[in-house]
Design a protein around this ligand. Structure first.
Ligand code: PLP
Length: 380
């Protein structure tokens, strides 16, 4: 059987990972500044993470959600404490799209409405009910027979209010920093207006922290830079450091009813063990502090490259913007300089999403490689 061919692949076959280094089948070492779309939060094969998973595997790998599973409660307690969101309730699932799908569904249950407002260039996943559209022309793309999505620009309070006051909007879903869409973010003023308007018009505010969450921006959640309190927060990616796990943090005012949500794999023992290890390591190794200091170092060092127009994003969720398509540059960085970076829907952007354990020396390696690559491509 062949694989269903949906991913354009670079010709690199990783066989080993350790912290920020990936080794391929030819023994070549790569610096990982991308972490598989911001998934690797505490570094590849962190010893404490591996030990926790192995220990769990020795005991019980899986049972369904029909019996007691105290490891879920341990995860929820630790997550509440470290994130400062102790007054939310946690529903566990297995991916970002699933988290968003459940969040949209919960919003509909809560207020009996179905239309969704999202923002231009948003990316919230690839299932039918999650908002999967990055093309602005697909405004009002039907998600299923009932749900429609309206895409708005950031920072246009009047346009937002105009939609919400129509009375049929169930939820607004927003990334604190856009990932796939290219690192744009709404202003703090807009986030405050959004929070207020959602309250006024009985609309559920969903913060998609699937990519920006888990300490990557220097606070546990990206929205915490704006001092707002969403009704629902969705998480995945960095939560399991590569083990598939996602979650929905649900405000106390939305009541749980038996059977309203459900999943076979969500909250399984192995994924919770991975999630607990990640939280323990982020706390013990002060990785949020590291994200802030390495980000500051990165932003300082990148100033030595005049071709860089702008550095977008926050913490270790960054986009380096040039005035040309970076595809050739990115290819050169991977295949010749052995550094993984990421792309965005904005073709001029190189995305930098390293493990939160990254050190200054790795940034130095990247800056040197970037200068060499620009010279070799005769962009300087
Ligand atoms: N939300 C955001 C902000 C994302 O960046 C992504 C994936 O890139 C998703 C949701 C979907 O997550 P998953 O691929 O785990 O379904």
């Amino acid at each position: 059987m062949n694989l269903f061919n949906v991913y354009p692949l670079y010709d690199v076959t990783p066989v080993k990972g350790l912290d920020c280094i990936i080794t391929d089948d030819k023994g070549i070492e790569y610096l990982d500044l991308y972490g598989g779309h911001a998934v690797i939060s505490v570094g590849h094969t962190h010893p404490e993470y591996v030990a926790k998973l192995k220990d769990q595997l020795d005991h019980l790998a899986f049972y369904s959600n029909a019996i007691q599973n105290p490891i879920q409660e341990e995860l929820a307690t630790k997550l509440g404490k470290l994130s400062g969101c102790e007054d939310y309730n946690l529903f566990l699932c297995s991916s970002g799209a699933e988290a968003n799908e459940n969040a949209l569904k919960l919003a509909s249950f809560a207020n009996g409405k179905s239309r969704i407002v999202a923002f231009n260039n948003a990316f919230h996943g690839r299932t039918s009910a999650a908002v999967a559209v990055t093309d602005n022309e697909k405004i009002n793309a039907p998600l299923n027979k009932q749900q429609k999505v309206t895409f708005l620009p950031f920072d246009d309070v009047a346009a937002l209010e105009n939609e919400l006051k129509k009375g049929d909007v169930s939820s607004v879903i927003i990334e604190s920093i856009q990932g796939v869409g290219g690192l744009d973010q709404a202003s703090t003023t807009f986030f405050h207006a959004l929070e207020q308007l959602c309250k006024t018009y009985d609309v559920v505010l969903i913060l998609d922290e699937v990519q920006a969450g888990y300490g990557r921006t220097g606070k546990f959640f990206g929205f915490q830079h704006h001092n707002i309190k969403p009704d629902i927060i969705t998480i995945a990616k960095g939560m399991g450091n590569g083990f598939p796990i996602g979650g929905v943090l649900i405000g106390n005012h939305i009541a749980a009813v038996y059977g309203m949500l459900g999943t076979t794999f969500g909250g399984n023992h192995l994924s919770c063990a991975a999630g607990i290890a990640v939280l323990d390591i982020i706390e013990k190794e002060k990785l949020m502090e590291n994200a802030i200091s390495i980000s500051a170092y990165f932003q300082e060092q990148i100033k030595s490259i005049p071709e860089v127009i702008k550095v977008k994003g926050r913490g270790l969720m960054l986009g380096v913007e040039f005035d040309f398509d970076v595809s050739a540059l990115r290819k050169k960085l991977i295949l010749e300089k052995h550094i993984f970076t990421g792309s965005a829907s904005n073709k001029n952007l190189l995305r930098i999403l390293p493990p939160l354990t990254i050190k200054k020396e790795a940034i130095d390696t990247f800056i040197t490689a970037l200068k060499e690559s620009l010279a070799e491509l005769q962009i300087i």
